[in-house]
Design a protein around this ligand. Structure first.
Ligand SMILES: [Ca+2]
Ligand SMILES: [Ca+2]
Ligand SMILES: [Ca+2]
Length: 323
């Protein structure tokens, strides 16, 4: 009898403990969910290595925090199976300096890097990449959600034949603990590192909340007597080529029915192809409008673009004129 009562008591105790534990854990789980949804995900994100701007950031040193917080990768596991054991695909690199590169990159993937300190200024962003296929690739840079621009580049014939692509004249605001994100607008290439090289003072004041200016750099502005002005912007460049956008604007007081832009590279840079215009000539070149971008009303601008091989000069000065 005594034994039975003791057993009953023990069972009741166990049931009470189980019940209380389940109530506690339910509440606690609820609290965890609440706190998770009310806090930014960056709270779970920390640096993998110390990064500063200006400076060089290794692609494989993306932040700690896991999938959809510090990175997004399209395949489970690290397909390179070295350096880190997450979903981001890392392999040993044969580039100068050794180390590792991120590979198996798919469109839509992204990587984030906490930057401990940023010195405000104008920067060139260098990107070390390699790819087999010769289709155009696009990688977009964001800093704390602000778009810094998109680098475009082509293949290098081999997964381990490396080239440095550059985005020029990017204005970056100074600060601490900002998150750099690399958005893979295309797939099919490898990244070894990204380097921010300071080239000048920023046009932004230190406490300005203004967005950064575009990545385009202005080579030359040459207003002609006709009231039309032309401006060539290098939108992206790589070791032996670049893509440029030309803006043709009507600064006059009357509408123009047509326009002509002409320019000459002062080195052996040569046009490979172009868009949104008819092209003729062979350095000097002449661009004339298509039907849809022929008329220019006062203060209206139209744009056309071209891709060119790069000559001996890093930035060929291009004297463009419009009439
Ligand atoms: Ca993967
Ligand atoms: Ca991947
Ligand atoms: Ca690397």
């Amino acid at each position: 009898m005594m034994k039975n009562q003791k057993a009953k008591k023990t069972i009741l105790w166990i049931l009470a403990v189980v019940f209380l534990t389940s109530v506690w854990s339910k509440n606690n789980y609820h609290n965890v969910l609440l706190s998770d949804s009310s806090l930014p995900t960056t709270d779970n994100q920390t640096k993998y290595s110390s990064n500063v701007i200006p400076g060089l950031i290794q692609a494989e040193d993306y932040d700690i925090g896991g999938a959809t917080i510090a990175y997004f990768d399209g395949t489970t596991s690290n397909l390179g199976n070295v350096y880190r054991s997450e979903n981001v695909d890392v392999q040993k690199t044969f580039d100068t300096g050794g180390g590792y590169n991120v590979g198996w990159i798919e469109k839509g993937e992204w990587l984030e890097y906490t930057i401990n300190s940023i010195s405000g200024g104008t920067y060139d962003i260098k990107l070390r990449v390699a790819a087999v296929t010769d289709t155009i690739k696009n990688l977009n840079f964001q800093l704390d959600g602000i778009d810094l621009g998109t680098a475009s580049f082509y293949g290098t014939d081999s997964w381990q034949n490396w080239t440095t692509v550059k985005l020029r004249n990017v204005d970056i605001q100074g600060g601490n603990n900002k998150v750099l994100r690399l958005n893979m607008f295309s797939g099919g290439f490898n990244i070894n590192w990204v380097e921010f090289v300071r080239t000048g003072q920023s046009s932004l004041s230190s406490d300005s909340k203004l967005d950064v200016t575009s990545n385009a750099s202005s080579l030359d502005i040459n207003a002609s007597h006709s009231g039309l002005s032309c401006n060539i912007n290098i939108e992206s460049e790589w070791e032996n080529g670049f893509v440029a956008r030309v803006d043709v604007c009507n600064k006059g007081k009357v509408s123009k029915k047509s326009w002509t832009a002409s320019w000459q590279f002062d080195d052996d840079s040569r046009l490979n192809n172009g868009w949104s215009s008819n092209f003729s000539g062979d350095n000097p070149y002449i661009a004339t409008p298509l039907a849809w971008n022929s008329t220019l009303h006062p203060n209206q601008c139209v744009s056309f673009g071209f891709q060119s091989s790069k000559g001996s000069l890093d930035a060929p000065s291009t004297n463009i004129s419009c009439n």
